[in-house]
Design a protein around this ligand. Structure first.
Ligand SMILES: [Zn+2]
Length: 118
């Protein structure tokens, strides 16, 4: 799920990061060296980040409370859940990511949900 195909040379062994932190990243193909731009659609990316932010924010006071009452299994379960959401969510985001060559002319116009006047 983390692999993607290079649009320049067709090499399918290019690997995306396990935990996605940026919506748009620039990188180059490790095989042919083509400059690539990887963009995650805005809606999915921000939904994921809002959910993760709310969950992580709720985890701090709840975690502190669990720490005080010494409910370690529940605390561990919540931290594992956070990791699962981070890695699982990144896998879903990587699946919908658009990979394009960076020098492609006006490539952003083909991305859904965008409108650029000429
Ligand atoms: Zn390539």
């Amino acid at each position: 799920m983390r692999n993607f195909v290079c649009p320049a040379c067709g090499d399918g062994d290019q690997v995306l990061p396990m935990i996605e932190a940026r919506r748009r990243r620039e990188r180059s193909c490790t095989k042919c060296g083509a400059a690539l731009e990887i963009e995650i659609p805005a809606l999915q990316f921000y939904l994921y980040n809002i959910f993760l932010g709310v969950f992580a924010s709720a985890l701090v006071p709840i975690g502190g409370l669990l720490l005080i009452v010494r409910m370690w299994p529940v605390l561990c379960l919540l931290i594992v859940a956070l990791l699962v959401f981070m890695i699982g969510g990144s896998m879903l985001l990587n699946n919908v990511a658009n990979v394009r060559r960076r020098d492609e002319d006006n490539w952003r116009k083909t991305a859904p949900g965008r409108w650029y006047p000429d």
